[in-house]
Design a protein around this ligand. Sequence first.
Ligand code: SF4
Ligand code: SF4
Length: 419
Amino acid sequence: MATFQGALEANPGWKLGDPVEDLDFPPPLTAFYSEYPERLEWDYKTFTETIPNNQKDAAIYGPYYTLANAYSYGFQYHGANLPGQQAPPEESDFTIRGNPIPPAVPFKSAALASEFVKEIAHRFGATLVGITRAYEDFFYADSWRGCPPEYDHSNLPEHWKYAVVIGVPMEWDTVLGSPQTSTSYEAYDRVSTAAVRLEGAIKTLGYAARASSPMTNYDLIVPPFSIEAGLGEVCRAGYMIAPETGSNLRTAVVITNLELEIDKPIKFGVEEFCNKCKICAEQCPSGAISFADSPAEQEWGTGSVLRGWEHWYINNGACYNFWRESMGPMGCRLCVAVCPYSRKDNWVHDIAKFADPRDPTGVFASGLLWMQKNFFDYPDAVEYHRPDLGGHFAGFRTEPTFLHAERYLDIDIVSPHEN
Ligand code: SF4
Ligand code: SF4
C-alpha cells in the first residue's frame, strides 16, 4: 500500500484505466496488478475515495474514538520496541544482541525438549502452543527480513527445522465492540512479546531461533503452520479456529533447530459447521467472505490451491477498504466477533464446545446455530458502514465502559449512533 501511495503521489494525473506500467511499480507489482486488475481497482479506491472519506468522518466523529485509539496505541507503542530480525538467518538466528549464542545444551529427548518449550511458552504469555515442521510451502517466496533477494522458500536455511506456533486471544469484551472500537494490537503485542521471549530462551540454550510475529514482522504465513501444529482448523474466513478460543487468536511462530517432537493436526467439525453457519459471510460489511460451499467454488482470489494446499480466500481488497473506512483503531475483526466459536468460556459455551464435535449427526450444531441466529440481536451489515452509506458505525455489541470517551473526557463529542 505504501508503494501504491508513493506511485500515485509521483503520478498525480494517473487515472484508473491508464496503463499500470505508467505508475513505475517494481516489476513483480506491475505483473500482479496486470494479472489481477480487480486489486488495482480496490487499491486505487483506497487512496482516491476511502481514505478521503475516512478523513471527512474523522473530523466529525473522531473524538468519540479517542479512548479506543489511546488504548490500542499503548500496545503499538510497546510492540514497536520489540527486537526484530535485521540480518540473514545464518547471522541473526545465531546471535543474541550481536554476540554468538553459546554451545548447545543437550536435552535428554525431543519429547522433553518439546515439553519444556511449551511450558515456558505458556509462562511467557502464550495461551496456545503447538509444534510442527518448518514446511517450505508456508514461507514467503522471498523478501525475508534482513535477507538479500537470492533467499527464497525453495531453498530454506538448513537450520530452519521446527516451527513453534503460539497464540494469544484478544480480550473478549473489547473484541465484541468490533469493527470500530476493538484492537488487534492487544493480542499482537502480547503474542509478539511471548515469541521474542521464547526466541531469547532458546538461543540462550545454544540453539538457533527466529521469531515471526505481528510486531516483529514475518518470513512466513502463520495460519497453515497453526493448523499443522494442531492448534485448530481452517474456517470460511480463511484463518484458523481453535477449539479453546475460536477465531479469536493472534499467532506467532518461532523457527528453531532445537530437535522437537511435533504435534498432529486436529479435526473437530469446523468445515461442516461453517457450511451450515455462514454468519461471518452474512455479517461482513464489505462482502469479503464467500458463501460458497467449498474453496474451489469461491468467487475471488488467486485460485483455491496454492503450492498444492487448498484454502479459503477473503476478498482482501474489499476487506481492507472497509478497514480504512472504519473509525477507531485500524482494522475490523467483525468476522471474529460474530463467529459462534469465538465465545467466552462459560458453562453454556463449554457444553456446546464439548458436545458439538462428538455429535456425528450434526443435529446439535443445527440447534446451536438456530439459537445463535434467533436468540441474539445484532446489527444488519449496512449499519457497520459510515453514515453516508446508510450506517452509523455500529459495533457488534456496545464497547466496554472503559472505552466510552463521553464518560471520561471533557471534550466535544459527536456520537455516530445518534444521527
Ligand atoms: S462465523 Fe460461522 S461460517 Fe464463519 S468462520 Fe465462524 S463458524 Fe465458520
Ligand atoms: S475483517 Fe471485517 S471486512 Fe474483513 S472479512 Fe472480516 S468482517 Fe469482513
